[in-house]
Design a binder for this molecule. Structure first.
Ligand code: C2E
Ligand code: CA
Ligand code: CA
Ligand code: CA
Length: 279
């Protein structure tokens, strides 16, 4: 039998082979992305819902290769983790976020925290948390100028050593947020032992809340739990006016999403940040 074309055995292998090849090439290029200055950070505002004030920024990594289309972090971050490149990328992110925060402070905007994302392999393995602390002081920042975001699954997997590192950072004043809250495979009981200060409700809950009363109840419960535990609550992925007013009704404290502000480069944020500083 002839086996080629779509859906055939040979087609399947071909597809698999192409995928591997693409990944291999991406890893090669990613390894050189730092030296080639192809990485940069965009920042997305987290806004206070009572008065629209810009409260914090989330740093989001962008890779724009010189000779190719931009690659989404959803694709290259997992790749970097597998290829052992994540610590190098993570250090670049940490350093760049601190450098930018110091520059903003020097320009007279302060009190706006910059949050960075840390993935599991960064936090659970090496000494990323220690290096973060060193990075903050090297740039002359206060611990409260920087925050970290970790998913529930990372927090659940944290052993005593990692938890001690997180507690230490938290005591110093570094904000620690649970990212994508509600999407992990955990019960809620873990919330009470963890050194966290903020809860970021995953955007799927925000998206669904305007669809049915049940979905709305789930979002409301998440907001409520965060508040009752004394955590800062951020709703992620707000895309419509309807979602925003629903969150206001629920007295959710902070929101982030395309409807409010898209992630943008640092230069494009200075005016917005100046307006946010109340003196
Ligand atoms: P995340 O931490 O959950 O970040 C939020 C993602 O949602 C960002 O995607 C952001 O651009 C996007 N987003 C913001 N508002 C909206 C909205 O209203 N609607 C929709 N549909 N999306 C919205 P992005 O930048 O592509 O990042 C994807 C993921 O990659 C992040 O998810 C995070 O897990 C990871 N990531 C990004 N930067 C870093 C980094 O520096 N280090 C690590 N370890 N991971 C990173
Ligand atoms: Ca995040
Ligand atoms: Ca998130
Ligand atoms: Ca995520």
């Amino acid at each position: 039998a002839k086996l080629d074309g779509r859906g055939s055995v040979q087609g399947f292998h071909q597809h698999f082979h192409d995928q591997l090849l693409r990944r291999h090439r991406l890893v090669d290029r990613l390894a050189r992305a730092i030296e080639r200055h192809e990485l940069r950070l965009h920042y997305q505002p987290q806004v206070a819902l009572v008065d629209g004030r810009l409260a914090h920024l989330e740093a989001l990594l962008r890779w724009e290769p010189d000779d190719a289309e931009p690659v989404a972090p959803g694709e290259f971050i997992p790749l970097a983790e597998h290829a052992g490149l994540i610590d190098r990328l993570g250090d670049w992110v940490m350093n760049e976020a601190c450098r930018q925060q110091a520059e903003w402070r020097a320009a007279g905007v302060d009190g706006i925290r910059v949050d960075i994302n840390l993935s599991g392999s960064q936090v659970l393995g090496g000494d990323t948390l220690r290096r973060l602390e060193a990075c903050v002081s090297r740039h002359g920042l206060c611990p409260a100028d920087i925050g970290i975001e970790l998913t529930e699954n990372v927090l659940i997997a944290a052993d005593e050593r990692v938890l001690a590192g997180l507690r230490h950072l938290r005591r110093r004043g570094v904000s620690i947020a649970i990212d994508d809250f509600g999407t992990g495979y955990s019960s809620l009981s873990y919330l009470k032992h963890l050194p966290v200060s903020a809860l970021k409700i995953d955007r799927t809950f925000v998206r669904d809340a305007t669809r049915s009363a049940e979905d709305r109840a789930i979002l409301e419960a998440a907001v409520f739990i965060g508040q009752r535990l004394g955590l800062e609550v951020v709703a992620e992925g707000v895309e419509t006016a309807e979602q925003l007013s629903l969150l206001r009704e629920m007295r959710c404290e902070l929101a982030q999403g395309y409807f409010l502000h898209r992630p943008r480069p640092a230069e494009a944020l200075l005016d917005l940040m100046r307006d946010a500083v109340v003196d």
